[in-house]
Design a protein around this ligand. Structure first.
Ligand code: MN
Length: 128
């Protein structure tokens, strides 16, 4: 039997973090949580999740810088990283694309589709 995907959520808003975690766990996915980029990177290096959901605005290092760090490290370079963003602006979307994210998801998350989208991203793997 295949183990369910392990999802690392990096999100500094505790309500958003809890909602994402609850939705994923309810759908049978396994989760790891970090509230800073620095903690997220350390967890990713240690536990090698199947996918990272990365908030962009974080205290200290932001999500784009964190993505760069994950890509530079051979332990985490192959892990798909999806931006979690409240922005709907096309210019921001293009910036995340250019930064090398494998996708993005809109906040607030859609509670009906969130877990299945995350599962899809995790099985699709790196797209760039
Ligand atoms: Mn944030």
């Amino acid at each position: 039997m295949t183990e369910s995907p392990l999802v690392l959520i990096v999100e500094d808003n505790d309500k958003n973090l809890k909602l994402a975690r609850d939705l994923l766990q309810f759908a049978g996915l396994r989760t790891l949580e970090a509230m800073t980029a620095e903690d997220g990177i350390a967890l990713a290096q240690r536990d090698r999740p199947n996918i990272v959901l990365m908030d962009i605005q974080l205290p200290g290092m932001d999500g784009i810088a964190a993505l760069r760090k994950l890509r530079e490290d051979e332990r985490t370079a192959a892990i798909p990283v999806v931006a979690l963003t409240a922005s709907v602006m096309k210019s921001d979307r293009e910036r995340f694309d250019a930064a090398g994210f494998d996708g993005f998801m809109q906040k607030p998350v859609d509670v009906r589709t969130f877990a299945s989208e995350v599962r899809r991203f995790s099985t699709q793997g790196r797209v760039r």
